[in-house]
Design a protein around this ligand. Structure first.
Ligand code: GLY
Length: 594
């Protein structure tokens, strides 16, 4: 039997209603009276004040289905299960039941009602975070075992993976327990065989079965105890339907399949990834346009522009027939209504199609010219330093040719080149001071957000870079970096997956330097002297220009604008949490300080 979106929605809501939950109205995707978010990104976001006691809930037990927009994962779109918009099935206990009942509800719905064999399920729980003073959640793992989930199917995870909050601003938050579904051997080796939990391909998260809200994350990034404990759960219905039906990807669900088929029928060189990106981005654009946002260069309008223009570029890549974009927009609207996702929403179809057409007219000329200019830029070696395209040109493509940063980044990656988001943002801030844009927040990159944690992670990045060079070869170079208060992300050129031994060696190398308590020294010197002294140069500075150089003992010397920690001892313990492919020839490491 095939499950439909409608059936699963009904099953979920009926289940929670029978267990005393009131079905509450869903909200627009635009947050009301809340500047901390660009878009509603979880079912709890519109009701976040009930968890702090500032507002009274309709009931102590609630559930609903909420359309959510998440553009932070935009680089992952095109894989099996990431989407920039999806429908979240949510359920809540506000100061009512807590972990035990939440785990029992999740198990009962998945195993007894939706008939998922328990052997296919894995649960992750929060392993604690000493530096933040947050204890491990040992209860949830025990409750999963009591329900019948085997001990070796329960994993302890980091703050980054299993401590949920709405974003970086003020938000109720807490440790969470997530349920993953094993999609089997054809999607990679098992966790048992490798000791590595491959949540990118084989194990798909189907339900955040409980954020155990006990804290309020403040603007400063501290955690204050909430007056009472609550539970917040969220499950993407597209992933659940994919899993229940044994589909390869979310794109086989009825939300996307008719759109994908229409693209395939109207293109003579359709590539899987492009087709997925097109259908995903058009759907999210329709939802944003329907909420009354227009394409622009700031905030929500810029997210919309970025999605539409990226879809347009991919349509060009697959040689789509003339007029296909408008057809897809109209079809997407019909299909959203057909799927009964948010039936109470009204779509002004003609207006939405018109707005997309207008944006397309603006962009198509720019695209032709911009692509030519891009090719000229990259064919001139002077524009490339250490595999990185000159940031002034990246900015020019944005400013003069209307290329959202992501398009240039994507094009650069296709040429095995990197681009610097941080430098782009700096140029953006310089040139657009008056536009009051919020792009920095949207990109959330580099060290835009400077605080103690990001500074320490930045220093750890230098040590990681040195370790990778030591164990993988001196020709390994940084190709990108993104630091949030929770973790660092580091891209570098390397042709294959690192072995577990190599990952361990690099991790040990960094921790060894941390344990040696080495002072970090900063010096100013002319760029050419810095280069001559062996400093790793990541910026395309001009000869003669003064640059700052950060040295960590004999281990690392980098041209860098900082800021950095004073001493390696401040860093705590360094842990690599992921090593994965980023794009052709580029690997990506995520790491945390514990
Ligand atoms: N609010 C829980 C989640 O989005 O995972």
């Amino acid at each position: 039997m095939k499950y439909t979106i409608k059936q699963v929605k009904k099953e979920f809501l009926n289940f929670f209603e029978k267990n005393g939950h009131t079905i509450i109205k869903n909200s627009s995707i635009i947050p009301e009276n809340d500047d901390s978010l660009l878009f509603i990104n979880a079912g709890m976001a519109p009701i976040k004040n009930v968890f702090t006691g500032q507002e009274q809930p309709d009931s102590k037990r609630m559930c609903n289905l909420q359309i959510c927009i998440r553009t932070n994962d935009i680089d992952s779109i095109g894989d099996r299960h990431h989407l920039s918009s999806f429908c979240m099935l949510g359920s809540w206990s506000v100061g009512d039941y807590f972990k035990k009942e939440a785990v029992a509800f999740a198990y009962d719905l998945l195993v007894n009602h939706l008939k998922i064999p328990k052997e296919k399920l894995y649960a992750t729980v929060f392993g604690g975070d000493k530096t933040r003073g947050l204890p491990a959640d040992t209860d949830s793992g025990n409750f999963w075992q009591d329900m019948g989930i085997a001990k070796n199917h329960i994993l302890n995870c980091s703050f980054e993976d299993n401590f949920w909050r709405m974003g970086d601003g003020e938000s109720p938050c807490g440790p969470c327990t997530e349920v993953f579904y094993d999609t089997g051997d054809k999607h990679g080796k098992s966790y048992e065989e490798t000791g590595y939990f491959d949540d990118k391909k084989r194990y798909i998260e189907i339900w955040n079965a409980g954020v155990f809200m006990q804290y309020l994350q403040t603007e400063k990034g501290t955690y204050e105890k909430l007056p009472f404990n609550s539970v917040d759960t969220g499950s993407g219905i597209e992933r659940l339907v994919m899993t229940l039906n044994g589909y390869e990807s979310v794109y086989q669900t009825e939300v996307y399949a008719p759109i994908i088929n229409h693209i395939l029928a109207n293109s003579d060189k359709a590539k899987d990834e492009s087709v997925r990106i097109i259908s995903d981005h058009i759907k999210t654009s329709v939802l944003i346009l329907n909420a009354g946002i227009e394409p622009s260069n700031v905030k929500r309008g810029y997210v919309l522009r970025r999605l539409l223009r990226r879809a347009m570029r991919h349509l060009r890549n697959i040689n789509a027939k003339e007029g296909l974009l408008e057809e897809l927009v109209a079809k997407t609207i019909d299909n959203l209504i057909e799927c009964d996702i948010a039936p109470e929403w009204n779509y002004s179809k003609d207006q939405i199609v018109e707005k997309v057409k207008l944006e397309q007219e603006k962009f198509s000329k720019l695209l032709e010219n911009g692509l030519k200019v891009f090719e000229e830029f990259v064919s001139n070696k002077n524009n490339i330093t250490d595999g990185k395209l000159n940031s002034n040109l990246v900015f020019k493509l944005y400013d003069t040719f209307g290329f959202p940063f992501e398009i240039t980044k994507e094009l650069a990656n296709e040429h095995n080149l990197s681009v610097s988001e941080k430098e782009f943002e700096e140029l953006f801030a310089e040139h657009k001071e008056n536009s009051k844009g919020d792009v920095g927040k949207v990109f959330k990159s580099g060290l835009a957000d400077i605080n103690d944690n990001t500074i320490k992670l930045h220093t750890a990045t230098h040590l990681l870079h040195a370790g990778l060079k030591k164990f993988l070869g001196q020709n390994v170079n940084q190709k990108g970096s993104n630091i949030t208060p929770e973790r660092l992300r580091f891209d570098f050129n390397f042709e294959r997956k690192m072995t577990a031994e190599e990952v361990q060696a690099v991790e040990d190398f960094v921790n060894n330097i941390i344990n040696q308590k080495i002072e970090i020294c900063r010096e100013e010197m002319p760029y050419d002297l810095a280069k001559e002294s062996g400093a790793v140069g990541l910026f395309s500075s001009k000869y003669g220009e003064n640059v700052s150089v950060y040295t960590i003992g004999s281990f690392s010397k980098e041209i860098c604008s900082g800021p950095h920690a004073k001493n390696t001892k401040d860093l705590g313990r360094f842990k690599i949490t992921k090593e994965e492919s980023s794009s052709a020839g580029i690997r990506r490491i995520k790491a945390v300080l514990q």
